[in-house]
Design a binder for this molecule. Structure first.
Ligand code: FAD
Length: 511
């Protein structure tokens, strides 16, 4: 926790889901704010899904000053080392998007030499990191003796979304955040358009200086009150519904996968996430390409056996984001700001990114009360968040548009150029003849760095035929030596890391 810093005034958060409580915890514990109030309505409740995270969550949690064991216990969390994609390229393929950077970091020198080794090479992910072998052996990313939030493998977590929100609430209340239970019925604005106060249904009035809209898909402040338009992305990313189930393990000591399994189906894909006591499974699908009944059949076919008696919960969502996420003294964070289907777990990671920017831009002394500085911060925030949203759309679409599946309209439509953003089409046209270059990316705006693009492109079997051959790329010998080092290190990496469930039992205090 940091020492107290001058306050930007009274902060009022509307909404008590992951976005609301992560905001409250960050303001109170990481940023040392003293006047934070959160209003939530148990009548509405929270969305309660969102079980996969991104490695940034580790520094977010460390910043909150909590211990990893306590977090694992409280949120029913497990380790996630990436996403295994089954059936996305041909229907019968499998590839891994690891969180580990390739050997050599972001250096692109290895890629052309791997491309030139066609016919005599391991997969790209297996050539440049040991992580796929680690996950396929069911190993954890760290050892008992590693410090909190770090280990030899890069990792994030899976957790129970409702328990995570409860945990964040507990630690926020302990840090002095005020919680008000109630339904916001009216939003009062000043003449300049800034929000002055909220009126609850029972008549109570909550005044503030900065309002954080974490009201979920309702977008109560940023959308309904301030009228920020919604930029829909449904013509590119078709999925707009999900059916979710919580399926008990078939035995208490069943192995827990240390990765998310994402399996492609006729009109979407299933997530399969292992928690200590159960699996979270959901089918994300496009209502334009299948009915809810067909979706349920696909989900049940996937879950069987073990799910016959369970009733799935349906979630509907619009894919897209708000034109402006920060207007005047209101900042939208979480689903109110935007949402894309859960592929690659961008929801919570965008909450973390927004909170970091708010911490840097708004909270330093003075800028919240200096209207010109505040509005300049808002413009910068909106530009950066919009760029992030656009690039995430591009990255998610990459998972679909280079498929070679033609078995259903869903996959054919996904590869139809009309659904592919123009900048992605331009990149793909070039990547047919050269590997991606760092000049293809503005790294500060990317949530997914170039190595993630490489893992998806070449995991999907995308073909790059090097124009002019390998001759213009130096470093062939070094590249082959690097691939050999990775192959040689994988046995030791696997044997030095513990079984996933065994480590969780230990860290959760059960052994
Ligand atoms: P919510 O949880 O909906 O919370 C909204 C809050 O606002 C509630 O407390 C509600 O009571 C309150 N509220 C609303 N109106 C009022 C009012 N008038 N008065 C008082 N209170 C009000 N993200 C990931 O990072 N990883 C994933 O794997 C992932 N999977 C997902 C799968 C699906 C199918 C969906 C739909 C989303 C997924 N997400 C995922 C996104 C993730 O769930 C959200 O980003 C995250 O839970 C934050 O939600 P939220 O707090 O913005 O909204």
């Amino acid at each position: 926790m940091t020492a107290d810093i001058p306050s930007p005034g009274r902060i009022v958060i509307v909404g008590g889901g992951t976005a609301g409580w992560l905001s409250a915890a960050t303001f109170s514990r990481t940023l040392g704010m003293r006047d934070v109030t959160l209003v939530e309505s148990s009548e509405i409740g929270i969305i309660g899904v969102g079980e996969g995270t991104f490695p940034t969550i580790r520094s977010t949690l460390a910043g909150l000053g909590v211990g990893e064991g306590e977090f694992l216990r409280s949120a029913d969390a497990t380790f996630k080392q990436g996403v295994l994609f089954d059936g996305w390229a041909t229907g019968a393929d499998s590839y891994f998007h690891p969180f580990n950077m390739p050997i050599g970091g972001e250096d692109e020198a290895l890629l052309p030499h791997w491309l030139a080794m066609e016919g005599q090479r391991a997969s790209w992910a297996d050539s440049v990191t040991v992580q796929e072998r680690v996950i396929r052996a069911g190993r954890a990313p760290k050892r008992v003796q590693d410090p909190d939030f770090s280990g030899p493998m890069n990792y994030a977590y899976h957790f129970d979304a409702a328990r995570f929100a409860d945990y964040l609430r507990t630690i926020s209340l302990a840090a002095g955040v005020r919680r008000i239970e109630g339904m916001v019925a009216h939003v009062e604005q000043r003449e300049d358009g800034d929000i002055a106060a909220l009126t609850l249904r029972d008549g109570r009035r909550v005044e503030g200086d900065i309002f954080i809209d974490c009201s979920g898909f309702r977008a109560l402040l940023i959308g309904k009150t301030l009228g920020s338009g919604f930029v829909g992305c449904g013509d590119t990313l078709f999925n707009d519904r999900a059916l979710a189930m919580q399926v008990p393990h078939d035995r208490p000591d069943a192995p827990i996968r240390p990765y998310t399994l994402a399996t492609a189906h006729e009109a979407g894909w299933t997530w399969d996430i292992g928690l200590p006591e159960r699996r979270g499974i959901g089918y994300v699908y496009s209502s334009r390409h299948c009915s809810d009944d067909e979706a349920e059949t696909v989900l049940r076919r996937y879950v069987r056996p073990g799910g016959e008696a369970l009733t799935p919960r349906q979630l509907r969502f619009a894919t897209g984001y708000r034109e402006r996420q920060w207007i005047g003294n209101c900042i939208a964070i979480g689903l109110s700001a935007g949402f894309f289907e859960p592929l690659e777990s961008t929801g919570i990671m965008l909450i973390e990114a927004a909170l970091r920017m708010v911490g840097d831009f708004l909270l330093p002394a003075g800028s919240a009360s200096d209207t010109a500085a505040r509005n300049a911060a808002a413009r910068r925030f909106n530009r950066l968040m919009t760029a992030r949203f656009e690039r995430i759309v591009r990255f998610l679409k990459l998972h679909y548009c280079i498929t070679r599946r033609t078995d259903t309209a869903y996959w054919r439509d996904n590869a139809d150029p009309a659904s592919i953003p123009a900048d992605l089409q331009d990149l793909l046209a070039q990547w047919r003849h050269r590997p991606p270059s760092r000049f293809d990316f503005t790294v500060d705006l990317e949530t997914f760095l170039p190595p993630s693009y490489h893992y998806i492109l070449y995991g999907m079997g995308f073909e790059t035929r090097l124009a002019g051959g390998i001759g213009r790329y130096p470093g062939g010998q070094e590249a082959r030596a690097a691939f050999a080092r990775v192959a040689g290190a994988s046995g030791a990496a696997v044997s030095h890391l513990p079984d996933h469930r065994a480590l969780l039992d230990h860290l959760r205090g059960r052994q």
